[in-house]
Write a protein that binds this ligand. Structure first.
Ligand code: FAD
Length: 261
């Protein structure tokens, strides 16, 4: 299979760097084709701005979505964006690996999403009408591909448990897993979290790698997170609220998972 690793850590000699090297070696040994986008090493331009829209007429206000669509359709996007889009289209599965920084991804990775997820590529896909609000949340350009987050964290597992002070891990990751991954159509695998990173020594690193190897070996076999598809009948159209008989009287993020009724 074809695996793409989107990787964001500024230091190759970090725990993240070691995990990246482990994943590439393990996947390659298993016979997969692997590409890595090492965003710091690539000196990825993180800010979406008018430089991303060749031909933009600066006498009118810069509208990022409109300009993104214009250059996407015209085939005049910057080469770095086109290259990353081609990698996404090539891949059967995409792993996003990063340290959790302020309960989210490092800015350089967010900037990768902002720029690579062009209008017409990752959003604004499919019919947009009162009866069909686009091909998204389970449909879209990334449909049929799997994606998984590999996230290192200083916090403990208990801190990210259901009653943990940081919020439950899948709630913390909801904007990424449901928004960045499920929205453009990825099948989202449960995350692979690495907690309490400062306590990592050689023994623990070995344990982490063993567990990671199992997740990589089963990437195409494990059950994904069962997010509800937007266009499968569970949501009111066009309000896009979950129908009242599903998970009645609940307002937590878990209602967007099948089986939570
Ligand atoms: P490193 O610092 O490189 O390594 C961690 C430990 O692993 C070190 O003890 C190191 O010696 C050891 N190690 C490294 N490589 C190996 C190896 N090959 N074998 C054995 N041991 C090894 N945490 C949260 O929980 N929530 C947050 O919101 C959050 N926000 C943050 C915001 C910022 C700006 C920063 C800087 C940190 C934040 N953190 C947060 C903590 C952060 O998530 C962790 O510091 C990070 O995930 C650790 O990953 P690393 O690759 O940088 O680890």
């Amino acid at each position: 299979m074809k695996l793409l690793l989107i990787y964001a850590h500024p230091e190759p000699r970090s725990l993240n760097g070691a995990l990246r090297d482990f994943a590439v070696a393990h996947l390659t040994a298993a016979g997969h084709d692997v590409q890595v986008s090492d965003l710091y090493q690539m000196r990825w331009k993180a800010a979406l701005d008018p430089d991303d829209a060749p031909g933009y007429a600066s006498d009118k206000p810069f509208n990022p979505a409109t300009e993104s669509h214009r250059v996407f359709v015209a085939g005049t996007q910057p080469a770095d964006i086109e290259t990353e889009q081609a990698k996404l289209l090539w891949a059967d599965a995409v792993i996003f690996q990063f340290p959790l920084w302020w309960f989210s991804m490092p800015a350089i990775l967010k900037g990768w999403v902002d720029r690579v997820y062009a209008h017409g590529f990752a959003y604004g896909v499919g019919e947009h009408s009162e009866s069909h609000w686009g091909d998204r949340y389970g449909e879209g350009s990334m449909a049929g591909k799997r994606a998984m987050l590999v996230v290192t964290m200083g916090g403990w597992e208990s801190h990210y448990s259901g009653r943990g002070v940081n919020g439950a891990l899948n709630d913390v990751l909801f904007p990424i897993q449901h928004g960045v991954l499920f929205y453009p159509g990825f099948t989202v695998m449960p995350p692979f979290p690495i907690y309490k990173t400062s306590k990592t020594d050689a023994d623990r690193f070995e344990q982490i790698c063993a567990a990671y190897a199992t997740r990589l070996d089963n990437l195409f076999l494990d059950q994904p997170l069962r997010f509800r598809r937007q266009n499968a009948g569970d949501y009111e159209i066009p309000a896009l609220t979950l129908k009242p008989h599903l998970a009645p009287d609940r307002h937590d993020l878990g209602i967007h998972l099948l089986g939570e009724e």
